[in-house]
Design a binder for this molecule. Structure first.
Ligand code: ATP
Length: 437
């Protein structure tokens, strides 16, 4: 892999409005990022495709949008107050802190001190939950946590969902939302951030060993196919199963889907067989009966949960890395049209010919009512193509003099650079087929 690829992508993201360092005008805030005009569209498209595939197109999944702030007891019950920790070591020379389990980071830091041998403190447990305070009276404020994962919103609402809908196992509850972690060493661009977004599916099944195994394998395959369907190169994806001793406190079985990032294989998502850990814990701590009762057999049970937990920001980052191309002097993002921030850009061939501008404007406004479309009338056509290539716009549409005669325009393909002439009347159908496949 091009060892400057990440650097180039970071620069492109800033220059073209995908991702900016958080609070930059104040010197930044480590581990936070802001998504610009292009990045916010890319992220929204990822979430929309996910939601459509998981909630809209399936009969067995319902959605949820839980609160970020929850009763602190939730985090006691889920084990996060006790066990959501990373081992932390501090360099005794410069007092920077690192995760003791990240060997490469420790080694890099050792190297940054040249030949001086570093002394490290003994590893200490460091809780990743971010604290905040609610209430107006100083001293009587309630200490709360910004959620460290979005999962617990689903668990705390499990009873509400079964009581207010007709779901029955196997069924899933899907959610997308922000999570916060006091990461010790944020880095690798957005990969490890302190504020990030997750897309999660908690899929509840009957507590049966074989059903659990089959369901776990089903979701593994599902996610691999999902990322391949978005155009990610197969060679850059692999599963890494968690061995005994590596798994989180709640997991019966766990695997990570990893992407081959410039800094090595890196987790995109986790599929976790959580058993009935969460529901059992919340049942105990809340005193509420969280069992599901089968209306036909009358049998009650705590379902098992096969969780898929996916990072939106990591997905966006890896999609950007995977789509980055340099070819014959041009840079382009080979984004799946579903994910591209702009589906097309419309140009009048010459900006100083009002009849061309007017016709192009009509095409632009007509398309804009149905999809995100760009407009450009600056410079020459070559520069406009280059500008759209960099943000991954799959189609550039140019209105020229022939358009005035026969109501056609040229469609230029981002990936091949080839052009074809198309009737303006058939443009929407053409784009919709290309975008939706
Ligand atoms: P890691 O080992 O990289 O710290 P994790 O195993 O703690 O990740 P999970 O708790 O399984 O991660 O979270 C589920 C998903 O949420 C991850 O697969 C990842 O995509 C995303 N995620 C977790 N932590 C972060 C973070 N700090 N920044 C961005 N995304 C994150």
């Amino acid at each position: 892999m091009d060892d400057k690829k990440l650097e180039k992508l970071v620069a492109l993201c800033k220059r073209r409005g995908f991702i900016y360092p958080g609070s930059e005008i104040y010197g930044g805030l480590s581990g936070t990022w802001d998504y610009g005009p292009m990045g916010s569209l890319l992220k929204k498209n990822i979430k929309d495709v996910w939601w459509k595939d998981i909630v809209q197109l399936r009969d067995d999944v319902v959605g949820l949008d839980g609160a970020i702030l929850m009763n602190p007891q939730v985090w006691v019950a889920s084990g996060h107050v006790d066990a959501f920790t990373d081992p932390l070591v501090e360099c005794k020379s410069c007092h920077l802190r690192f995760r003791a389990d990240k060997e490469e980071e420790i080694l890099d830091h050792q190297n940054s001190h040249n030949d001086t041998k570093i002394e490290w403190t003994t590893p200490q447990k460091f809780n990743l939950l971010v604290k905040s305070y609610l209430g107006v009276v100083e001293g009587a404020q309630l200490e709360v946590f910004l959620r460290g994962e979005i999962t617990q919103g689903v668990m705390a609402n499990f009873k509400n969902v079964i009581d207010s809908t007709r779901v029955k196992p196997p069924f899933g509850i899907a959610q997308i939302g922000k999570a916060f972690r006091n990461e010790i060493t944020p880095g690798n661009f957005t990969f490890r951030s302190r504020e990030f977004e997750q897309m999660e599916l908690q899929y509840f099944i009957k507590p049966e060993v074989e059903a659990g195994r089959i369901c776990f394998e089903y979701w593994k395959k599902f996610w691999m196919d999902w990322y391949l369907g978005l155009g990610i190169n197969k060679d850059n994806l692999r599963f890494k199963d968690h061995e005994d001793g590596e798994r989180a406190h709640y997991a019966v079985a766990a695997t990570d889907l990893e992407y081959q990032a410039p800094w090595g294989w890196a987790e995109v998502l986790g599929v976790h067989h959580r058993g009935d850990w969460d529901l059992k814990q919340h049942q105990q701590h809340s005193g509420q009966n969280l069992q599901y009762t089968d209306s036909q057999s009358g049998i009650s049970f705590l379902p098992w949960d096969i969780e898929s937990s996916i990072g939106v920001d990591r997905t966006a980052l890896f999609i950007l890395l995977d789509s980055y191309r340099e070819s014959e002097g041009r840079v382009f993002l080979k984004l799946h049209p579903k994910l591209a921030p702009l589906k097309a850009a419309v140009f009048p061939l010459l900006p100083n010919k009002p009849e061309l501008v007017e016709k192009a404007r009509q095409v632009y406004l007509d398309l804009k009512s149905e999809m995100m479309v760009g407009w450009d009338d600056r410079g020459n056509i070559g520069k406009r193509y280059a500008s759209q290539d960099e943000v991954g716009t799959p189609f550039c549409l140019t209105v020229d003099f022939q358009s005035l005669e026969d109501n056609t325009l040229t469609v230029r393909d981002r990936d091949t650079g080839t052009q074809e002439r198309l009737k303006i009347d058939s443009l929407k159908d053409y784009l919709s087929t290309k975008i939706n496949g």
